[in-house]
Design a protein. Sequence first.
Length: 327
Amino acid sequence: MNFVLHQFLVVALAIVLDAILGDPEFVPHPVVFMGKLVAFLEKKIRSRLPKTSRAEKIGGGILWLIVAVFSALFSFAILFLLQKISVIASFVLELVWAEQCLAAKCLSKEAKNVHTALKQDVKTAQKAVGRIVGRDVEKLDEKGIIRATVETVAENTTDGVIAPLLALFFGGVPAAFFFKAASTMDSMIGYKNERYRHFGMIAARADDFLCFLPARISALLMIFAAFLLRYDYKNALRIFLRDRFNHASPNSAQTESVMAGALGLRLAGNAFYENILEEKPFIGDSLRTEESDDIFRAISLMRWTYMLLAIILSIFFAIALFLLQQK
């Protein structure tokens, strides 16, 4: 089996398995181990660091390099060695790991849980949305919960779906593991609070760099997805061009602006984090009142964006296979 066909089968089957299975709890997830490694190394590195901002930046950079490189090399080494024993076993493990790097099913499930919880009461919905957002959920009313969920689906279309799929396509499981490790570190230490302002700077900057292109690809595909779903794609394009930089991150507002425009909602704005108010600009215009079904609309936009990229990658695979056969 040539490399191109092998990659096509891995990516295609991983997408199918993610759509069917998501992240079964009985299967150990590599991100869990990445998180444990980050926590372990942070403790060890911090214990040896001088209490200066420069030392913390260096320490955080060392942690990032170790975890990201180790994750990629570990997956490559295991798959390489296992292939010497059994090609089938190696392919199965590669497929499992590839599927675990994609989070479309998991993101949909968590967002749907919020929708279900909203039918019960606000407190239950606050707990559900608290699983997928970092802000203080106790201060969110029903509309705030809906907006927070829609924002998270929009942002994670890049982080959890499009970027891992691109990494898997271009570099296989080792590249996807590298990206997932970087994303995990950003979610754990990439904050601008007192504890991580310096130590987590490299993790935050690296995630911004790695998601820069995927975020813009996601946004453009999402505009087309809005057109296919007969959402307001013209407003999605307008808000994207106007508000795509209305976020501290250079990437988050790319898809959030498209989502806000397509659904006619005003997202973002001020939010509380650890009881501290952070003032943020709004994204989009409030053209109508939020409703719980906006969560389903956001999921649909995410899924169609995902499907469009999968179709485009399939075309690339087909062209590559055709060209190889001509040689």
